[in-house]
Design a protein around this ligand. Structure first.
Ligand SMILES: Cc1cc2nc3c(=O)[nH]c(=O)nc-3n(C[C@H](O)[C@H](O)[C@H](O)COP(=O)(O)OP(=O)(O)OC[C@H]3O[C@@H](n4cnc5c(N)ncnc54)[C@H](O)[C@@H]3O)c2cc1C
Ligand code: SF4
Length: 332
């Protein structure tokens, strides 16, 4: 590991001004469960770490419109166990519990989880070209081992997936990310606009500016309905998603009155498709309709060989989740 400067922030303004001093060479450190690993491997080499663990960002509080404000330092364990989250945003609690391990969830924070880096093997191997780690060097995954890689939203420069389970659940719930910049300018960024697709600059993963601090995630009022999070992975625990589907479905008179769906493990960001939701909304649940929804979702899907299986797997997982959430059983 290379040497670096270290500063402990005691307030949000201190954190943002410390991080702005050396622009993109400074990084905030929260739980450290991803950043420290990357620093040890010299995949990330910040010149300065700004420790934010003393900031007052650990509360989960109701918002005026009936939603929830989750401080950026709330741990994944505390968020999953929160009574309001378990009752009103069950999909989020389930997604969190499907991620990592108990020990990691005790350290991992809400802000850090949103900004964890991809699990592409080549990104972690500094001997291999990787456009995300070293812009312009090439992509070793294309033509290489692609089991974990994207079938939607990828580019010629990068086919990595976003690894977070929590972000998929927050995407299905329509969350917003609250941030603060050194100029004391806060902003609210819809999660749907937070992550950038790789295009020809896969090293730029979000719309955050250098030194911009996530202070909280805001959830809208509870959506009601049935919440399902299904994660398909190589092992029963301690593994990232090959495919995951988050669903919030409200039924009315036998029809799907409200349909919110998000997908993980298949794209460079948590994936949501308004067209698929519109197709299902207002309709009676039926296997043929679920097939049409999967066709629409996967119309532009492209495998790379090693991840071709994700296309039928996504189809089957979506059908199973829709069947479960609409009370048709789980035998799709
Ligand atoms: C073995 C293993 C298995 C795992 N399995 C899963 C899994 O199945 N599913 C899953 O979703 N995750 C999984 N994880 C990832 C884990 O959830 C993340 O490492 C964790 O959530 C990151 O949070 P952190 O607080 O430790 O972030 P850190 O490591 O402290 O930071 C991560 C990044 O976020 C930035 N950052 C942190 N907080 C802020 C903030 N408030 N504002 C701006 N930037 C910030 C840091 O600068 C850094 O770039 C796994 C991790 C490991 C090691
Ligand atoms: S897929 Fe992306 S992260 Fe993986 S090697 Fe290619 S450029 Fe790097």
């Amino acid at each position: 590991m290379r040497s670096f400067d270290y500063a402990r922030a005691n307030s949000v303004s201190e954190a943002t001004s410390e991080a702005s001093v050396s622009t993109d060479k400074a990084r905030f450190i929260a739980g450290g469960t991803n950043l420290l690993d990357l620093m040890k491997l010299e995949v990330m080499t910040p010149e300065k770490l700004v420790d934010i663990t003393r900031l007052d960002l650990r509360d989960i509080t109701p918002t005026e419109d009936g939603g929830l404000r989750i401080g950026a330092l709330v741990t994944n364990s505390d968020l999953a166990a929160d009574a309001t989250v378990r009752r009103d945003y069950a999909v989020l609690s389930r997604a969190l519990l499907a991620g990592a391990s108990g020990q990691l969830r005790n350290k991992a924070t809400t802000g850090g989880n949103l900004l964890q880096r991809t699990r592409c093997y080549y990104f972690y191997d500094t001997a291999m070209p990787c456009n995300k780690r070293d812009p312009g060097s090439g992509c070793s995954a294309i033509g290489g081992a692609t089991r974990l890689h994207a079938i939607l939203g990828a580019s010629e420069a990068c086919i990595a997936t976003h690894p977070s389970d929590m972000a998929v659940a927050m995407q299905v719930l329509g969350a917003q990310v609250e941030t603060e910049r050194a100029s004391n300018e806060g902003r609210l960024i819809p999660l749907a606009e937070f992550y950038k697709l790789p295009g020809d600059s896969p090293h730029i993963e979000t719309v955050l500016e250098p030194g911009e601090l996530i202070t909280a995630v805001i959830l809208p009022p509870p959506p009601g309905g049935t919440h399902v999070y299904r994660k398909v992975r190589d092992r029963a625990s301690y593994a990232f998603a090959l495919v995951s589907v988050a669903a919030v479905i409200g039924m009315d008179g036998g029809r799907m009155a409200r349909v919110q769906l998000a997908f993980g493990g298949i794209a460079p960001r948590p994936w949501r498709s308004a067209e698929v939701e519109d197709l299902l909304q207002g309709e009676d649940p039926a296997p043929a309709l679920f097939d049409r929804a999967a066709d629409l979702l996967l119309a532009d899907a492209r495998g790379q060989g090693g991840n071709d299986f994700k296309i039928p797997l996504t189809r089957r997982t979506l059908r199973a989740v829709l069947a479960e959430a609409t009370g048709m059983g789980d035998s799709q």
